[in-house]
Design a protein around this ligand. Structure first.
Ligand code: ADP
Ligand code: ASP
Ligand code: MG
Length: 390
C-alpha cells in the first residue's frame, strides 16, 4: 500500500485560500496518509518577538500575542471549526498568556521556555488545517476521516531545547499505536517542527525544522514518498529570489540535495534527508501555489532520489555567511575546469576546498556574495541546465 507524507510550509498555509489550495493537492493525490504543517507565514517570527517582549513588563507582548491569535481565530471561524475546536483554540490563547508571565518572572528566555511559545504557531495551524482538509474531502465527495495527530505525543525527543534530537524507537512505538496504516479512509494532520521530551516538555527541531519532522514521519511509517510543498516549483540552480534566470532541477541525488541544504539553500532544512535516504524514500519538492500544475504525472517539481549513472556535474550554487558552495554529483572531479572558469570571473577567491559533492569557495571580505553567485551562475551557464564541464 502506498503511504505518502506531505509537508506544507508557512507560505503554503498562510491563510484560508492558501490552505484550500494545499487541501486540493492532498485530495487529488491518492495515498496521502500524514500531512505535516508549519505555522502560518511569519507567525514563528512573531512568536519570537512576543517571547522577547515578554521579558519586559507591560502590555506590548500581550498586544502582539492578541494580534497573532486573533488572525488565527478569524481563520478558524472562516474554516468552520467546530465549537469544541474553537474552545481548544481559546485554550491556546490562555497558554500564550501564561507563558508570557512565566518568561517575565524568569527574567530570561531559555530554550525550555521558548519552545512551548514556538509550538503555539504549529498547533494553531494544524487545528485549522484539519478542518479545511476535512471540508475539502467532503466537498469532493470523498469519504475520509481526518484526525489530528498530536506531535507532542509522538515526536519524542531528547532535552536539547531549540534543536532537539529525535528518539526514534519511542517515535516508532507511538506511531504504530496512533496511526492506522491499514484503513485507507484515514488521514492525519500533524504539526511540524515540534516534539516533546519523554516527561512532557515541549521541544523543537530548530527553525525551519518542519521538513525534518515530515522526514521522521516518513521514515517511521516507511512511506513510499515524502512531499515537501513550498512556494517555489522545486529546487533551482540558485535561490530564485536572487532575481536572475535560474533553471529548475528535475532530479537530484540525496547527496546533492543534502550538500545544497548544508551550503545554505533555504529550500530544505539540512537534516531533512537523513531519515529518508537509508530507506530510499524519494522526496518530491514542489509548489503548492498553483495546484493545477502540481497534480498528476506531469507535475512540476524536483525529485530527490538515488540516481544510477549520474555524471559528474555542477547543478546548483548556494551561500552561507562564510562561503559559496558549488554543488553536484562528484563535482570534485570537475574542480580544475571549474577553477579555470572561475579565475576569469572578476572577484577575489581566498580559498577553495573540494569534497566529493561540493566545492566551497571562500571569497574576499569585500565581495557581495549574491553578486558572486550571479557571476558564477552566468559564467558557467547554469541557466541552461547542469554543467558537466564539457
Ligand atoms: P517553506 O516555508 O515552505 O519551508 P522556505 O522559505 O523555507 O519555505 O523555502 C523555500 C524558499 O527557499 C524559496 O522561496 C526560495 O527563495 C528559497 N531557496 C533558496 N535556495 C533555493 C534553491 N536552490 N531552490 C529553490 N528554492 C530556494
Ligand atoms: N515554523 C517554523 C519556522 O518558521 C518551522 C518551519 O516552518 O519549518 O521556523
Ligand atoms: Mg522551510
Amino acid at each position: 500500500m502506498k503511504h505518502i507524507v506531505s509537508k506544507f510550509g508557512g507560505t503554503s498555509v498562510a491563510d484560508i485560500p492558501a490552505m484550500k489550495r494545499c487541501a486540493e493537492i492532498i485530495v487529488s493525490t491518492p495515498g496521502v496518509k500524514i500531512v505535516v504543517v508549519s505555522a502560518t507565514a511569519k507567525t514563528t517570527n512573531g512568536l519570537e518577538e512576543f517571547a522577547s517582549k515578554s521579558l519586559n513588563a507591560g502590555d506590548e507582548a500581550l498586544n502582539l500575542w492578541e494580534s497573532i491569535f486573533s488572525r488565527h481565530y478569524e481563520m478558524a471561524k472562516e474554516a468552520g471549526l467546530s465549537q469544541d475546536s474553537l474552545i481548544v483554540m481559546k485554550e491556546l490563547f490562555s497558554e500564550g498568556e501564561s507563558l508570557s508571565l512565566r518568561i517575565n518572572t524568569a527574567g530570561q528566555l531559555s530554550g525550555e521556555l521558548m519552545d512551548p511559545v514556538y509550538s503555539l504557531g504549529e498547533r494553531m495551524s494544524a487545528l485549522i488545517f484539519r478542518a479545511v482538509l476535512e471540508n475539502t474531502f467532503r466537498s469532493n465527495g470523498q469519504n475520509k476521516k481526518v484526525s489530528y495527530l498530536n506531535s507532542r505525543e509522538v515526536m519524542w525527543t531528547d532535552e536539547s531545547f531549540l534543536c532537539a534530537n529525535p528518539l526514534k524507537d519511542s517515535i516508532y512505538q507511538a506511531l504504530s499505536r496512533q496511526v492506522n496504516l491499514e484503513d485507507e479512509t484515514q488521514v492525519y494532520v500533524a504539526e511540524g517542527f515540534i516534539g516533546s521530551t519523554l516527561d512532557g516538555r515541549t521541544t523543537t527541531f530548530g527553525r525551519e525544522g518542519s521538513d525534518f519532522s515530515a522526514a521522521l514521519y516518513a521514515e517511521a511509517i516507511r512511506a513510499s514518498e515524502l512531499q515537501i510543498w513550498t512556494d517555489v516549483p522545486g529546487i533551482a540552480s540558485a535561490d530564485p529570489r536572487l532575481g536572475f534566470p535560474i533553471c529548475w532541477i528535475p532530479f537530484l541525488t540525496f547527496d546533492e540535495a543534502e550538500s545544497l541544504a548544508l551550503a545554505g539553500a533555504k529550500v530544505l532544512f539540512p537534516k531533512t534527508l537523513s531519515p529518508v535516504r537509508s530507506l530510499s524514500i524519494p522526496v518530491f519538492v514542489g509548489s503548492s501555489l498553483d495546484p493545477k500544475r502540481s497534480i498528476g504525472r506531469e507535475r512540476l517539481g524536483s525529485y530527490i532520489t538515488h540516481l544510477e549513472d549520474c555524471p559528474s556535474r555542477l547543478i546548483a550554487i548556494a551561500s552561507d555567511r562564510n562561503a559559496i558552495g558549488l554543488i553536484g554529483h562528484n563535482i570534485a572531479l570537475l574542480r580544475d575546469q571549474i577553477e579555470a572558469r572561475i579565475s576569469k570571473l572578476d572577484f577575489e577567491v581566498r580559498g577553495v576546498e573540494a569534497q566529493s559533492n561540493s566545492i566551497r569557495i571562500v571569497t574576499g571580505l569585500s565581495c557581495d556574495q549574491n553578486e558572486v553567485i550571479r557571476k558564477i551562475h552566468d559564467g558557467l551557464e547554469l541557466d541552461k541546465g547542469p554543467f558537466s564541464g564539457i
